[in-house]
Design a protein around this ligand. Structure first.
Ligand SMILES: Nc1ncnc2c1ncn2[C@@H]1O[C@H](COP(=O)(O)OP(=O)(O)OP(=O)(O)O)[C@@H](O)[C@H]1O
Ligand SMILES: [Mg+2]
Length: 234
């Protein structure tokens, strides 16, 4: 049996709010293997972004164990978690999180800048190529303020993909796009999955997209359902 890329055991995530403890995720158990495509759906406020943030090592779970690429993330410091992300993970945030004073090109180049063998010319060429793959060759010099919502989303996608990470987490990656552009972005993600074996973990409200993934979990009351795509095949 291969080792999972991600293994969550009894992961719980709580936050303090107005002097009360709000538990968003309750005892989540999930294993994701290399090259899988996994969709997570759920109502607004059900905790999808919270779950993605924990699985992608951005936030440490309140309790439980999280293993990513064989490392016990729940025992690591913030700095050590950042190293795991740099080496393995691309993340498309629901709110994009682009740096406002940087151009689209510079935003996309950012993950390359953090790599140990950074070379400006190589990174610039790659960033241009990824911006072109998401249909933004004409917006390269623009800053996020003057880009449309869908354009910002595509810059965020190019930034997540430029370092060709083993794991891509995308929080509603097509939420701001028209049908045709959404389809192109979906094709891009599935092509990467097929060609490079990239593991995809997608949060989406699009049930058609969730059905296209190998596995589909629904988040409700802080817990994940069984794999809906498997249940539908039976
Ligand atoms: N730091 C926090 N303090 C208080 N409440 C929080 C905090 N973080 C998240 N929440 C609450 O936890 C719940 C889950 O939030 P989350 O952003 O994960 O939902 P979501 O499923 O991604 O929703 P959407 O589909 O609208 O993006 C929400 O009710 C949110 O208000
Ligand atoms: Mg969300």
């Amino acid at each position: 049996m291969p080792q999972p890329m991600i293994a969550a055991h009894q992961v719980t995530q709580s936050v303090q709010f107005n002097n009360k403890v709000l538990t968003i995720l309750h005892d989540i158990d999930l294993e994701i293997f290399a090259g899988e495509q996994v969709a997570i759906t759920g109502r607004s406020g059900s905790g999808k972004s919270t779950l993605l943030g924990v699985l992608a090592t951005l936030d440490r779970p309140t309790s439980g164990e999280l293993w990513v690429c064989g490392q016990a993330v729940h025992t690591l410091t913030e700095e050590q978690r950042a190293q795991i992300r740099l080496a393995n993970i691309g993340f498309v945030f629901q709110s994009f999180q682009l740096l406002p004073h940087l151009s689209a090109l510079e935003n996309v180049m950012l993950p390359m800048r953090l790599q140990p063998n950074f070379n400006y010319k190589v990174a610039e060429k790659k960033a241009r190529s990824w911006l072109s793959r998401v249909g933004l060759e004409r917006q390269i010099e623009q800053t996020p303020k003057v880009l449309s919502g869908g354009e910002q989303q595509r810059v965020a996608i190019a930034r997540a993909l430029i370092a060709e990470p083993k794991l891509i987490f995308a929080d509603e990656p097509t939420g701001n796009l028209d049908g045709q552009t959404a389809q192109e972005i979906e094709n891009l993600l599935f092509d990467l999955n097929r060609e490079l074996g990239t593991t995809l973990i997608l949060v989406t409200h699009d049930l058609k997209l969730a059905q296209q993934c190998q596995r589909h979990f629904h988040l409700e009351d802080g817990q994940l359902s069984q794999d809906i795509n498997q249940l539908e095949q039976v």
